[in-house]
Ligand binder design. Structure first.
Ligand code: BTN
Length: 261
């Protein structure tokens, strides 16, 4: 269970979050945060979501008191063409914070099993550890960054191909400490996003992936699934895939690496 008083004390005053909404249970932190009454720079965090949302209309399910499920509401003056930088930023610094945690328990080569999967999943050993759902309200530049992390859950349905931090390190983690580390990582580096250091953010993000040259199925919806080889991950947020000897760019969708999941 989270210690919300410690969380409040440690994050207020850092200039990144100015309001905290905490719920024992709620439908979805993203849905709550999207309400106009919730000001920007808010954090919405819960122990359990009854209708957690995933990308592409999927669900995000997590056992009560076992994971981190939260949303951050931010106003970012980016041009519509710059939205992918929010994806790069939050997925990279989430990856980095988790990596730092794992370093305390695993060898360097084991830590290397952590990676970002386009566009913004965090995988360990090709299994899903974290998911991010970023929803934006344009043209106002409001972004709701929703993050789910499998922390202390010990069982998942097989079809999810998921894993938790406790399964990786064989130890239960303190959710409050992990969460504070995460927010520290987001807030310390936030100037990079505000100052448009997009090249650095993109390079870090790209270097944390391990899918280049791999074969995959890409699906945009259940009726569109194509098989091809990953050629590049581009700074406009798209993925280039060679399908039938022709390179095609995709701006959204889901990839499944063949042979891994
Ligand atoms: C995905 O992998 O498809 C994205 C999952 C995102 C889940 C998080 S949990 C907190 C926030 N609230 C939601 O309803 N979804 C996101």
């Amino acid at each position: 269970m989270l210690d919300i008083d410690i969380i409040r004390k440690s994050i207020y005053g850092k200039g990144f979050i100015s309001s905290v909404y905490y719920f024992d249970e709620i439908e979805s932190t993203n849905t709550f945060a999207s309400n106009n009454d919730v000001p920007v720079d808010s954090l919405v965090i819960t122990e359990y979501q009854s209708e957690g949302k995933g990308r592409l209309g999927r669900n995000w399910e997590s056992e009560k008191y076992s994971g981190l499920t939260f949303s951050i509401k931010k106003m970012l003056p980016l041009s519509p063409a710059g939205n992918q930088n929010v994806v790069f930023y939050f997925s990279y610094y989430l990856y980095k914070a988790i990596r730092e945690t794992l370093k305390d328990y695993l060898t360097e080569s084991e830590v290397g099993k952590l990676q970002i999967k386009w566009p913004n999943d965090i995988l360990f050993d090709w299994k899903k550890l974290c998911g991010i759902l970023i929803e934006s309200k344009l043209p106002d530049g409001i972004f709701i960054i929703g993050i789910g992390i499998n922390c202390n859950q010990t069982q998942f349905p097989d079809n999810l191909n998921a894993i938790s931090l406790s399964q990786i390190i064989n130890k239960e983690l303190n959710l409050t400490e992990l969460f504070i580390q995460l927010i520290d990582e987001f807030s310390t580096n936030f100037n990079k996003l505000l100052n448009s250091d997009f090249k650095e953010i993109y390079n870090n993000w790209k270097n944390s992936t391990n899918i280049m040259g791999k074969e995959c199925n890409i699906s945009l919806n259940p009726d569109y699934v194509k098989y091809g080889k990953i050629i590049d991950l581009n700074d406009d947020g798209s993925i280039s895939i060679e399908i039938d000897k022709k390179v095609e760019k995709f701006y959204s969708g889901d990839i499944k690496l063949t042979g891994f999941n």
